[in-house]
Design a binder for this molecule. Structure first.
Ligand code: PLP
Length: 399
């Protein structure tokens, strides 16, 4: 008999987005006239910017002509894109060589695939609430997990502690779902902790483009000594609206070694075995993001999302609600009002105001009293949702 990977049986059923869509569909059936405002799923709504679509069109044309046609692309990424990404890091004062940059089809793919570099005996330390893929990808491999709950007292930021014996440490900044960002000092504490204990940090920088405070690091490699203990995984999904176009990148420093093995060389070996590279067309579109014009245009889109966040934050402020995030992140993480847990609040907002958010419980059991709104919705929906939220919470408070 063929034996399946039985670790899949250890996965907790994740009905989060399924349950949400079932509840929303039932609501629409009951209230066909209602305007449902979706601030739940973290997908973007604005189209790709013109610099990117121009580059995509021209890359399609390249593929139609004999003299500019491209077949298989280099497995680790096209040199033009690896160089553009390295130059982007350099622009922020971070020295990363093109051969340390690996182009991927997105951060989710990479978060799962990268685990093949680590022996299964390494425990994974996952601060929660967290993007659910961290836990599930490790459960699938049968890896032991330390779930490290964080709370509002620490601003949802985990603190290193010698009692954590973990080979792999997940850090995400800006965080999904809490919007928390690491300060330079705290990130340095984690880098020192990892170097001291021989651990490796997987740093998820998928939302770095939303950081507006100059003092907040956008890459772990802005921190001294990080190159001997960290891998950074990033994505154009939220930075440039690539959720459906797909492109991510990973930085594995040349000097990252453990037990005589070099992680960068291992990843080259992995990629050259397990992929045939990302499409030429998509890589051309991605390279346009890193041009001056591309940067200007993606920042315009990010500004729209930031205004949405501001609109929601103003509404929550006016209703006296407690929340984190929104400033350096596209997510607003709100404390549920007294007497409602996150699923009860989900039902309440849907039924009373036609608003769809995401119950905190979906990001870890420690987040049952929290709720996530995204700023990726359409501006007109966000404005309407803000009005309804302010009214609803103000009414609830005055009762
Ligand atoms: N990391 C975090 C923290 C995310 O929230 C997401 C997507 O929502 C991803 C990674 C995945 O991004 P991608 O679309 O590049 O797979």
């Amino acid at each position: 008999m063929t034996l399946p990977n039985m670790h899949y049986a250890d996965l907790k059923d994740s009905y989060l987005f399924y349950d949400i869509s079932q509840k929303v569909n039932a609501y629409i059936e009951r209230n066909p006239q209602s305007r449902v405002l979706r601030l739940g799923i973290g997908d973007v709504t604005l189209p790709l910017c013109k610099a990117v679509t121009d580059a995509l069109h021209s890359a399609v044309d390249d593929q139609s002509r004999q003299e500019s046609f491209h077949g298989y692309m280099p497995e680790c990424g096209a040199p033009f894109l690896r160089e553009a990404i390295a130059a982007h890091y350099a622009g922020r004062g971070v020295s990363v060589g093109p051969e340390e940059v690996f182009v991927s089809s997105g951060a989710s793919d990479e978060l799962g695939d990268i685990l093949s570099l680590f022996d299964v005996s390494n425990t994974a330390l996952i601060p929660e609430p967290a993007y659910p893929a961290y836990v599930d990808a490790n459960v699938m491999e049968g890896r032991k997990i330390i779930h490290l709950p964080t709370d509002e007292n620490s601003g949802f930021l985990p603190l290193p502690d010698e009692k954590y014996k973990a080979g792999i440490i997940y850090l995400c900044s800006p965080n999904n779902p809490t919007g928390a960002v690491f300060t330079r000092e705290l990130l340095k504490d984690w880098v020192d902790f990892a170097n001291r204990n021989g651990n490796i940090i997987i740093f998820d920088a998928a939302y770095e483009a939303f950081i507006e405070d100059e003092s907040v690091p956008r890459s772990i490699f802005e921190i001294e000594d990080a190159k001997s203990c960290a891998i950074e995984i990033s994505s154009l999904s939220k930075t440039a609206g690539f959720t459906g176009t797909r492109l991510g990148y990973t930085v594995i420093p040349a000097e990252l070694t453990r037990n005589g093995m070099n992680f960068n060389e291992m990843w080259v070996r992995n990629r050259t075995t397990k992929t045939n590279g990302v499409s030429y067309i998509i890589q051309k579109g991605a390279a346009a993001v890193f041009t001056d014009e591309g940067q200007r245009q993606i920042k315009e889109n990010i500004r729209v999302y930031k205004n949405n966040a501001r609109t929601l934050m103003n509404a929550l402020d006016s209703a006296g609600m407690k929340y984190t995030g929104g400033r350096n992140a596209p997510y607003i993480w709100m404390k549920c009002p007294e007497g409602l847990d996150s699923w009860a609040l989900f039902d309440y907002l849907l039924n009373e105001a036609g608003i769809v958010g995401t119950p905190g419980e979906g990001f870890g059991i420690c987040a049952k009293e929290w709720f996530r709104f995204t700023s990726f919705g359409k501006t007109e929906d966000t404005e309407e949702a803000a009005k309804r939220l302010a009214l609803l919470f103000a009414k609830r408070r005055s009762k």
